[in-house]
Ligand binder design. Sequence first.
Ligand code: N01
Length: 536
Amino acid sequence: MSTTPSQTPIDYDVLIVGAGFAGLYALHKMRQSGFSAHIFEAGNGVGGTWYWNRYPGCRCDIESIHYSYQFDEDLQQDWVWTERYATQPEILSYIEHVADRFDLRKDIDLNTRVTDALWQEEDSCWLVKTETGQEVRARYCIMATGPLSVPNMPEFKGLETFTGDTYHTGLWPHDGVDFKGKRVAIIGTGSSAIQSIPLIAKQAKHLTVFQRTANYAIPAANRPLNAGELDAVKADYATLRTRGKQYPTTIPVDPAGPSALDVSDDERENIYEEWWQTKGLMFQATFADLLFVDEANDTVSDFVRRKIQSLVEDPKVAAILTPENPFGCKRMCVDTDYYKTFNRTNVTLVDVKETPIDRIVPNGVLVGETTYDIDAVIFATGYDAVTGAMTKMNIRGRDNIGLREKWGDSPASLLGITIHGFPNLFTINGPGSPSALVNMITGSEHHVDWIADCLLHLRESGNTMIEADKSAEDSWMAHNQVVGQASIRSACDSWYLGANIPGKPRVFMPYLGGFPAYAEKCAAVARDGYEGLEIA
Ligand code: N01
């Protein structure tokens, strides 16, 4: 590959898109590594997901002692989490604290949505344009745009005729919504709906839930964290963090055993009961084979189905809420009183699997022959996951090829970090990386550290350009599919596969081989002089 060193001045060594957990750490790390760096952020504040998602009940279902940065010991010693699972406001104040503590805000432009990123072959840099009319040139570009940041708004006929209010869980009004006295509809029963339904039901006059696919939800067992508990974690945080990285999900929880089929029925039932009561999201790790062996999965699917039937009083409602899919093929949900909410007299469940929503009418939602009178509709309909934020922008690499076109058939990437045809462009949590299958903060820090090491390597070797080889990218994505298909996670329509977005290629996007194998592959690529990438 031939390159001419840039003659045109660049504005930044590194331009970062997005000021969520990944983008903020990228800014800090790039500065520390001696690069000039800047962030463009579409929102009017830092926080990414935690800036936009303010729906009732919004909190993280990874425990707060894990769901935080680990790059700075003083930070992790100073911050005090108050609950086992932190609420959205608490997480947002943590992110804001980080932005202030590391003096990041001076290098962030808020309210600045990136529209275009155009590779400038002659100058080996990216020309980045924004909705506000800014144009900057950066040697490297890091897309810290989030895997679940572009709300999916399915087309519902007649929506424009609706006379009430509409909301999307991922774009919630900042001053909250008062549903008192209102007849509210919520469409969707994924994690966002499952967190918000119990709280909205308590406030609204009536809540009607439109469910297309029943989901598995595990009790969060949330509770306040006491000082003693936190102190014990902080006494040796480093060991906890190191241990975490030895687990597939980066959460250090050992399964009760290698196989659900190795124990007697009674023993298995007792273990499930104990984990159901205490483990929250990590219930999915009760036995190591639950997401890989059908017969093992049947045991846990059956256990949760029975739980649903015991929690929901009306057998007809319980039947609708009972998932047909195998446990874990869609992203597990974690709840507080979700199933019991359907025992309330002001909550109605409507099954829209066989008879889909026909249209939205001025005063409600029409399903088959029935009109449900509604004052406010909440769309809890998810996201154009993993690739959506990138394909929304006009990103053009070598030979003016658009990323949208390149990913039109299949979202290809080497390690979920770099893309053939798009030199000097890095993605955090891109397709082919563990992304949402691990603690997202741990995964993001890992990506940023890898990118920083890569840029230092380029600087020290007097190079200014790096690009994934097509063959390395192809072989990584082929491996990604093999690993993905070995798991029950790929067994049903889900956002993991892009199946929730009409026309999106059906490819298992997150890397399912577990964090240790993934991190070792990333380390090996770097150790071997960035094998599979061309440097010039
Ligand atoms: O979105 P989803 P989400 N008619 O895609 C339904 C993370 N997260 O925002 O399954 C009727 O899971 C759709 O139905 P179906 C987490 O990774 C984390 O809830 O396609 N229904 C489904 O029920 C999560 O997985 C936390 O049949 C329609 C729902 O909308 C991810 O974000 C909290 C429909 C969408 O569910 C996304 O979760 C919240 C239609 N036309 C979210 N179209 C944490 O705690 C869609 N649906 C960390």
